[in-house]
Design a protein around this ligand. Structure first.
Ligand code: PEP
Length: 249
């Protein structure tokens, strides 16, 4: 069976009750392609509101989670609490958290394991900085980030993970990777999965692209054989963002 196309919307620290209800209304009444899985990630304060207002076929993701089930961890949310609220996905390893909040590969790996153990699926972000790309170490960086997770979750964990390749230099900058650049890294990630995890995991795992994806560039990116969808940041806040409808464009 082929890999189901996947589009995630990362609202980051944006949105209000009104804008989230507007996006929910537009997406829930839009004619989405049943062959595309859609997951939206609002700020944590609005997760329950989103779950209430988006159609049941659209999943809701948290933008972060802690690696413990409960306890004295002020300000954190556990994977078990997400499940309790019917939030079945979480975005982990986003470059904004890796750089601004100093999350390292091991912490991202621990959180991925904790989420999967609680039954929460993971959109796992990886990607290189501009400096790393210019040094020619893009694939080394991305596979190092993924290897830390592999050590923690093992071969069976990957079935509930979607990998989001997000070059840092393309996030929020308007500088989208070319279709060739995206395909090249996606193919390298798939090869790494085949060699380091298993050929089945490589075949089945969805690898989506993120970094200034818009309605204008998504159709070309989607044609690449190893691009299985997108993680859309800024453009996902438009109430009628067509990136979610990609297969219908
Ligand atoms: C993101 O936040 O994951 C992202 C890709 O942002 P943008 O689409 O705005 O570059």
């Amino acid at each position: 069976m082929g890999r189901k196309f996947f589009v995630g919307g990362n609202f980051k620290m944006n949105g209000t009750i009104k804008t989230i209800k507007d996006i929910a209304h537009n997406l829930s009444t839009a004619k989405l392609d049943p062959n595309t899985e859609v997951v939206v990630a609002p700020p944590s304060l609005y997760l329950l509101l989103a779950r209430e207002h988006f159609a049941p076929s659209i999943e809701v993701a948290a933008q972060n989670v802690f690696d413990k089930p409960s306890g004295a961890f002020t300000g954190e949310i556990s994977p078990q609490q997400l499940k309790d609220c019917n939030i079945n996905w979480v975005v982990l390893g986003h470059s904004e958290r890796r750089t601004i909040l100093r999350e390292d590969d091991d912490f991202v790996a621990c959180k991925t394991k904790a989420a999967l153990d609680a039954g929460v699926s993971v959109i796992l972000c990886c990607g290189e900085s501009l400096e790393e790309r210019e040094k020619g170490v893009t694939v080394d960086v991305v596979t190092r980030q993924l290897a830390a997770v592999n050590k923690s979750i093992g071969k069976d964990g990957w079935k509930n993970v979607v990998i989001a390749y997000e070059p840092i230099w393309a996030i929020g900058t308007g500088k989208v990777a070319t279709t060739e650049q995206a395909q090249e890294v996606h193919a390298a990630i798939r090869k790494w999965l085949a060699d380091s995890v298993s050929p089945e995991v490589a075949e089945e795992t969805r690898i989506i692209y993120g970094g200034s994806v818009t309605e204008k560039n998504c159709a070309e990116l989607a044609k690449q054989p190893d691009v299985d969808g997108f993680l859309v940041g800024g453009a996902s806040l438009k109430p009628a963002c067509k990136c979610y409808l990609i297969l219908l464009i």
